[in-house]
Design a protein around this ligand. Structure first.
Ligand code: RTP
Ligand code: MG
Length: 148
């Protein structure tokens, strides 16, 4: 089953949006297979956002993502990587469609509430950065008979 890494960023946690975000992905039909509330170290932040190292906003991005607790999650389901990105909305909340998470709750690109892996390669990389294998659960029964 396809898996992706999603993370409620420090602004989303402090604005008490964890429950709302969990609910959206649960209701869609995806399954939560891992979750932890944690504070990201500078080292982990620089590794996670390594692709943006040369960008002018890299420093403020690292400062922001380490500024408070985040809620890191792994979700699984059919096409979860691309569908989760659609449910999050455009990177800049001013361009994000209504009914997306960033469209409904965000205003500025620097504080856009949620992160989601953008490809199978980044999903694999990010899941293994944040979770050890034993921290992910498996569902023994197919509980999604009504969804698939
Ligand atoms: P994310 O990685 O956080 O899920 O966001 P994304 O894929 O939609 O966007 P990405 O291009 O990967 O950018 C990572 C984060 O950097 C911040 N950013 N700031 N000031 C700017 O122009 C700018 N551009 C990007 C955003 O917070 C974005 O989520
Ligand atoms: Mg990204």
């Amino acid at each position: 089953m396809e898996k992706t890494f999603l993370m409620v960023k420090p602004d989303g946690v402090q604005r008490e949006l964890i429950g709302e975000i969990l609910t959206r992905f649960e209701k869609k039909g995806f399954q939560l297979v891992g979750a932890k509330l944690m504070t990201i170290s500078n080292e982990l932040a620089e590794e996670h956002y390594g692709e943006h190292k040369e960008r002018p906003f890299f420093g403020s991005l690292v400062d922001f993502i380490t500024s408070g607790p985040v809620f890191a999650m792994v979700w699984q389901g059919e096409n979860v990587i691309s569908t989760a990105r659609q449910m999050m909305g455009s990177t800049n909340p001013k361009d994000a469609a209504p009914a997306t998470i960033r469209g409904d709750y965000g205003l500025t690109v620097g504080k856009n509430i949620i992160h989601g892996s953008d490809s199978p390669e980044s999903a694999e990389r990010e899941i293994s950065l944040f979770f050890k294998e034993g921290e992910l659960v498996e569902y023994s029964k197919l509980i999604n008979n009504w969804i698939y």
